[in-house]
Design a protein around this ligand. Structure first.
Ligand SMILES: Nc1nc2c(ncn2[C@@H]2O[C@H](COP(=O)(O)OP(=O)(O)OP(=O)(O)O)[C@@H](O)[C@H]2O)c(=O)[nH]1
Length: 229
């Protein structure tokens, strides 16, 4: 068990508010731990600086950290879904469900991945892709029509953050097999992939079917939905 305030090599920042830990060789620095009470439960927000990309990253930690088998969600940033409640995708409900499941388990971590917006093509790229989807392309075709990769996300920073927190193996809350493969590649064991199935709605059923058919996401619950498109 690792206490996130007791990181080896950690030292109190003169401000007394932050804790600065030496940069790890892999390029993330833990900058601050702050209590984050939420409507789901009381988390610790652990803030990191990613030196390679310059991104500010955050991990939400609930309960005591275990080295093995932590329930972990790697959540790709989605301003439209997470903050605005867009029903184009299921990102918002996936985030809230993950936070709830972690609280109900008593421990777990959400790594909220900045720089992953739009599967890595950025907010403006995603909005342009959404416009093309409204005109009839699917989510894969839309990225390609813009001359952008279908999925440009890298999970190296997520693995570095998990390692810094003292996590060696996870139960991964995700329907995307590529996240599992990416974590394994970056040296974090995945004991289990725990699906995060959100009931579809009229606005996202086509998008979800595309993710299942073209991006290999595990979404068996879509079979139960009457085909409307
Ligand atoms: N390019 C693009 N990205 C989108 C679109 N809708 C949502 N996203 C982004 O997709 C990312 C989430 O990826 P998904 O493929 O939905 O799910 P995932 O994270 O791979 O898999 P799960 O772990 O099961 O959620 C977020 O960064 C969203 O901003 C879209 O229409 N086009």
């Amino acid at each position: 068990m690792t206490d996130i305030d007791g990181v080896p090599g950690g030292k109190a920042h003169p401000s007394g508010l932050t804790r600065v830990v030496n940069a790890s060789p892999s390029g993330v620095t833990r900058v601050v731990n702050a209590p984050l009470p939420t409507k789901y439960g009381d988390f610790q927000a652990v803030g990191y600086l990613d030196h390679d990309r310059g991104d500010e990253q955050v991990a939400l930690v609930y309960g005591d950290i275990e080295e093995e088998g932590m329930l972990v969600r790697l959540h790709s940033e989605c301003l439209t879904g997470d903050a605005f409640g867009s029903t184009h995708c299921e990102c918002g409900p996936q985030l809230s469900t993950a936070l709830r499941e972690i609280v109900s388990e008593g421990r777990g971590i959400v790594v909220y991945l900045r720089g992953h917006e739009g599967r890595g093509i950025g907010l403006l790229g995603k909005l342009r892709a959404m416009k093309l989807q409204a005109e009839g392309l699917d989510t894969v075709e839309a990225n390609l029509a813009l001359g952008l990769p279908v999925d440009a996300r890298d999970y190296g920073v997520a693995a570095e953050i998990l390692r810094d927190l003292g996590v060696r193996s996870v139960r991964l809350l995700s329907n995307n097999p590529r996240k599992r493969e990416a974590l394994l590649r970056h040296g974090i064991k995945v004991d289990e992939q725990v699906s995060l199935l959100i009931p579809p709605c009229e606005n996202n059923i086509t998008y979800l079917r595309t993710k299942r058919e073209r991006l290999d996401h595990y979404l068996p619950h879509l079979d139960a939905v009457v085909h409307s498109s």
